[in-house]
Design a protein around this ligand. Structure first.
Ligand SMILES: Cc1ncc(COP(=O)(O)O)c(C=O)c1O
Length: 375
């Protein structure tokens, strides 16, 4: 078993300070309102088997990095869906179907969002059509079928699967439940984000009197990150340093923050962090992120399997943690940032810092998880 001491060699790839940071609580809650957030918590907390996911202390990693505390929100335990996405898609299905007579739900997905939409459709007695690209594993497709969905594989990448989903949904009068926004399609992505904000409500209660100094948020299209920012405004009475982490190969938020406008990037090589391999930040999240993010960082895929192993072998914490590929970049980037003295100074990361990380998923793709674990 390799030793955790090797983390002292880990590095982040790119780091950016957001020159346009101008955190404005009022503006943020105009985009995702306090009422939307309350309503999501009220609904989701009333679902069968709801309970908050654990907030785990990565005490062993903390000793190594010499910070005050590292909190890890363990979304592998989110219902039986193994990722935070369970909170978004399923909630949006339930809300959007009220007041319309559509009987078929559709979506495009990298995996976890589709699982949530399939689960929500099944719970509400609706049919579900899910479009996936050639990069989504059969193991993920099978789980969605087990939730009663028809899974349609589309040649090409995520964007191709989304285009096909929109085309067929328009032809057949299906209700699209997508987590990305586009012109004239903003309500459902907002509902999805409102669902995710439940994580922040739970965290605000779990940290008790502890004050979070830094939050590292993974971004794909930015929905989860923006929802957490809105949750911070709603549930905390202070603003921690907000850091976005993305794969090197899909840093669409970093590039947009750099340019001060949405910047579409081309992905030459898909990251193993499939849910985060996105080329363009979504409209609604962008409105929140553009002025609220303090820093952006990117990380290589090289640390994924090591991080998964250290989590599983309780080398970061007293507890054994099942963290899938998208659970790793928060940890790897924190290590990379902490290893650089100049950056520590710049972002005030020190022995008084309490950092919040998101373990976004467990072994949601079991095959990939086992492969990464055994590498
Ligand atoms: C499995 C998974 N999908 C997607 C994302 C990204 O979420 P979003 O596309 O809302 O930014 C994450 C974030 O880490 C994730 O873990």
């Amino acid at each position: 078993m390799s030793s955790i001491s090797e983390v002292s060699q880990w590095k982040y790839t790119n780091f950016l300070i957001n020159k346009n940071n101008n955190f404005n609580k009022k503006e943020i809650l105009k985009i995702l309102s306090s009422e939307n957030i309350d309503e999501a918590y009220k609904t989701i907390s009333s679902w069968n088997n709801y309970s908050p996911t654990p907030l785990i202390s990565l005490n062993k990693l903390n000793e190594k990095l010499k910070l005050n505390k590292i909190f890890y929100k363990d979304e592998s335990k989110r219902f039986h869906l193994k990722s935070f996405k369970a909170l978004g898609g399923a909630y949006a299905v339930e809300k959007v179907i009220k007041g319309n007579n559509k009987k078929v739900i559709s979506t495009a997905t990298a995996g976890n969002h589709g699982r949530s939409v399939a689960w929500g459709s099944q719970k509400n007695g609706l049919k579900c059509k899910i479009f996936i690209s050639e990069f989504v594993s059969e193991s993920r497709a099978e789980v969605m079928r087990n939730f009663g969905a028809d899974v349609i594989r589309v040649k090409g990448n995520y964007e191709d699967s989304l285009n096909e989903c929109i085309k067929q949904s328009n032809q057949n009068n299906w209700q699209i439940v997508q987590d990305v926004a586009w012109k004239d399609y903003k309500l459902v992505p907002k509902l999805t984000m409102a669902g995710y904000s439940v994580m922040m409500k739970e965290i605000s209660e779990q940290i008790k009197n502890e004050k979070i100094s830094h939050v590292i948020l993974q971004a794909g299209v930015g929905g989860m990150a923006a929802a957490m920012v809105a949750g911070i405004v709603k549930y905390l009475d202070y603003i921690p340093q907000i850091i976005i982490v993305e794969p090197d190969s899909a840093a669409c938020v970093l590039e947009s923050i750099k340019k001060g406008k949405i910047e579409k990037i081309s992905i030459d090589k898909e990251s193993i962090m499939g849910g985060m391999s996105c080329g363009e930040v979504s409209l609604i999240p962008w409105e929140i992120l553009k002025n609220s993010v303090h820093y952006c960082v990117t990380i290589s895929d090289d640390y994924i399997s090591k991080t998964i192993k250290y989590l599983a072998n309780n080398q970061f914490s007293d507890e054994k943690i099942i963290g899938g590929e998208c659970s790793t970049p928060g940890i790897a980037s924190l290590v990379g940032l902490s290893n650089n003295d100049e950056i520590r100074e710049t972002i005030s990361l020190n022995k008084d810092s309490s950092v919040l990380l998101f373990g976004c998923e467990g072994d949601a793709d079991e095959e990939l998880y086992q492969k990464l674990l055994s590498q």
